[in-house]
Each structure stands twice: as structure tokens, then as C-alpha cells.
Design a protein around this ligand. Structure first.
Ligand SMILES: Cc1ncc(COP(=O)(O)O)c(C=O)c1O
Length: 399
């Protein structure tokens, strides 16, 4: 059996149909299975002395179940190539290690997932790779910033939008068009975890590599840690694949199967996450104990019109500032009955955390960019919104 590398699926099918049917056609497979089987084997019979190109021979390199997931994900992200990894961080670190140039500079959004920042600040710094942070939500300053900073020493631009946890939004098309004119060798990496391929396909706006934590919306059930990258660039695909095979972060067949199962309901879940987030953001912004709500779906969000320009939706994560001291915030979290105080996001159940003390605890100068001790991040699940509002109302009244 040949490896499934490049996705050649006809993307005329709609999103959910692609998620459900691609490579799971009982008429096409020998056993007439309705769902893809799990190929747990770690190694494969060789028919010659030599391992040939494009054959399954060892599961760290390729595996049929993982390949089916990758093929489906490529089709959903509207891309040619996809690779999956044992965590979002494995996808991100492998991509960065493949693309970074020795002694070069990385330009990054100032508000990104904290562990990605750690790679820049605690790992790359040792190899004389520097990072320049910029608040890319300041749309009118982007051109001036890039003109001043994007020279031939810059190897990577790293973006999220919405960012984690401040839900800042940037103008991706603007960054891509200015950057490619200034330095055509720079690679733009975009972490699309918060919107998922259902709401946005960044490769269509000229980004070079998309990364995802599959742990979040794509799997959606808080029972797998996984990551993926997608690209249309064949050279980058083989480069990152070579690094994945060396560094060893490939996803296991069993976890691949769970994600194949999870992503069949991605469209339904994303619609409900977003509907609920809208309702909760409206409720929170009127609450006297809430100082500020950051949700890109709200008209008041600084870059609401920008996200509407590039994405089909706003996602299901809300951040908000409470007008309460730490003691009362702790009481608020412990009085919640349905919503759990836990890190992570994108699962069917609502989760809440204080990034200052949890996910972004080790981020330097976090208060300067707005990650304060009273900033709350709420991943809105797909429960009934009235139940979530009641949970929040009771807990807020008690503190
Ligand atoms: C935006 C974003 N990217 C990447 C990651 C890392 O993913 P993982 O936990 O699957 O390694 C996270 C984790 O919270 C995240 O929120």
C-alpha cells in the first residue's frame, strides 16, 4: 500500500461531509468497514532488503491510521499536506527547529501561548536566535514596524489570531503582503488552534505553515494530547517530516483514531461553542463585577471588523477582567459547580482558569501586555447556555 502524502481530495464537498467521509468509504475498502480501523502495528514486513520510498515500514515514520487522520485534516484545512504529532508543542517545536536559521531573528506576536514563548526565550536564546515581540493588534503600526524590523536576518514570523489569552486580533493578509515584499525568504507560521479549520484556513491568505493543538477543538473531548501542521509547500512538508521522524514526536495510531472520531462533529461543536460564547459574553459584559470582556465576536472588540474580514467565526474562548481581589476570585472559581477550574480549552465541557497563575505563570512581563491576576479565561463548552449562566451567576453572587 502506498503512503498517503499529498491530499488530492476534491474539496467541493462541504466541511462536515469531508470530515465524515474522506478515506472512510466502505465501498472502497476490502473489509467494508464504515469507520477506519486502528493499525496498531509498530513495524511492517519488508518485501526487499532495502526500505523503499513511499512504503510503510515503521510507525514513527508512517502509519495507516495516522495517515488517514492527516489526509482528512489536510482536506479540512484546505491544504495539500499535513503531519500530526504527539502534542501541539511537538508540532510547534519541530516546525520551528526545521525552519529557524542559526543566529537569526524571530518576529512574534507579543501575546502567544506561553510554552511557545518559552522555546524562544529559554531554548533559542542559547543558540543566539533572538525574538522581537510586537503587538500586531495595532493594525496601523504594522507597516512601520515591519519596515523597521523585517530584514534578511529574520527567518520566521510567528502569529496567533485570536491570541491566547488576550484574544487579540491582527490583519493577517496585511502582514503576509508586506512581509513577502520585504523578505521573500521569511516563513510565516500561524497557530490556528483557537478558530480551528472550521472558521478559518490561513494558508489561503498566504501563510506558509499552519500549526494546531489538536488537543483542543479538533479532538474536542479532552481525552487526547496531539498536534498537527499543514502546508501547501511540498519542500516544507518533506523538511518538517524529516525533522518529525528524527525528533520522534509522531502521533500514536490509537490517538489518531480518537481524533478521526472527534473531528466528525467539529462543525456542529464549533457552531455551538460560538453560539454559547456570544450569549455568555453578552451576559458577562453587563455584570457589575466584570470590568471588561474580551471576545472578538463582540462589536466592542477593538478588531471585530478585522476578524470578520478574514474568518467565518470568532471561536468559543472568552477572556474577561473581574473587578475583584485575588481572594474573591479564588472564591468565585471554587463556587462554580459546572465549570471546572482547569487549563486547556476547546472541549465539550466549559473550563475556566486564571492565566496569570496557571497557563501563563512563567511569562516575563505578562502584566505589561495585559495578563493581570484578575484576567479570567473561559473556554465555553457546548452545555446549555442557561445552565452556564446560572453557574456563573451563583458563583459571582457569592463573592
Ligand atoms: C494556542 C495554543 N497553541 C499550542 C498549544 C500547545 O498544545 P498542546 O498542549 O497540545 O501541546 C496550546 C495549549 O494550550 C495552545 O493554547
Amino acid at each position: 500500500m502506498e503512503l498517503l502524502n499529498e491530499s488530492k481530495i476534491n474539496n467541493n464537498l462541504n466541511f462536515s461531509t469531508r470530515a465524515i467521509h474522506i478515506l472512510e468509504d466502505p465501498k472502497e475498502n476490502y473489509y467494508k468497514d464504515i469507520v477506519a480501523p486502528i493499525n496498531l502495528t509498530s513495524t511492517y514486513l519488508l518485501d526487499d532488503l532495502e526500505v523503499k520510498e513511499n512504503q510503510y515500514f515503521y510507525t514513527r515514520y508512517d502509519n495507516q491510521t495516522r495517515n488517514i487522520l492527516e489526509y482528512k485534516l489536510a482536506a479540512l484545512e484546505d491544504s495539500k499536506f499535513c503531519l500530526t504529532f504527539s502534542s501541539g508543542m511537538s508540532a510547534i517545536s519541530t516546525t520551528l527547529l526545521s525552519l529557524v536559521k542559526p543566529n537569526s531573528i524571530i518576529i512574534s506576536f507579543d501575546d502567544i501561548y506561553s510554552v511557545t514563548k518559552k522555546i524562544f526565550e529559554q531554548f533559542f536564546i542559547e543558540y543566539n536566535i533572538k525574538v522581537i515581540y510586537f503587538d500586531f493588534s495595532e493594525i496601523n503600526s504594522i507597516e512601520e514596524f515591519l519596515n523597521e524590523n523585517l530584514n534578511e536576518n529574520v527567518s520566521i514570523i510567528y502569529l496567533e489570531s485570536p491570541t491566547n489569552p488576550l484574544l487579540k486580533i491582527t490583519d493577517i493578509k496585511k502582514i503576509v503582503s508586506i512581509s513577502k515584499k520585504l523578505n521573500n525568504n521569511v516563513k510565516i507560521i500561524f497557530d490556528n488552534t483557537f478558530l480551528s479549520p472550521y472558521f478559518y484556513n490561513p494558508l489561503n491568505d498566504g501563510v506558509d505553515v499552519v500549526v494546531h493543538s489538536l488537543t483542543k477543538y479538533i479532538n474536542g473531548h479532552s481525552d487526547v494530547i496531539a498536534g498537527a501542521i499543514m502546508t501547501n509547500n511540498q519542500e516544507l512538508f518533506y523538511l518538517i517530516k524529516r525533522y518529525r521522524n528524527m525528533l520522534g514526536g509522531a502521533l500514536s495510531p490509537f490517538d489518531s483514531y480518537l481524533i478521526i472520531r472527534g473531528l466528525k462533529t467539529l462543525a456542529l461543536r464549533m457552531e455551538k461553542h460560538q453560539q454559547n460564547a456570544m450569549i455568555l459574553a453578552d451576559y458577562l459584559k453587563k455584570h457589575p463585577k466584570v470590568k471588561k470582556v474580551l471576545y472578538p465576536g463582540l462589536k466592542e472588540h477593538k478588531n471585530h471588523e478585522i476578524i470578520k474580514n478574514y474568518a467565518k467565526g470568532f471561536g468559543g474562548v472568552i477572556s474577561f477582567e473581574l473587578d475583584l481581589d485575588n481572594f474573591k476570585i479564588k472564591k468565585f472559581l471554587s463556587n462554580l459547580k459546572l465549570i471546572s477550574n482547569a487549563v486547556s480549552l476547546g472541549g465539550v465541557e466549559s473550563l475556566i482558569c486564571i492565566p496569570y497563575f496557571s497557563t501563563h505563570k512563567d511569562v516575563k512581563d505578562k502584566e505589561k501586555i495585559g495578563i493581570t491576576p484578575n484576567l479570567v479565561r473561559l473556554s465555553v463548552g457546548i452545555e446549555e447556555p442557561q445552565d452556564l449562566i446560572q453557574d456563573l451567576e451563583i458563583a459571582l453572587n457569592k463573592c
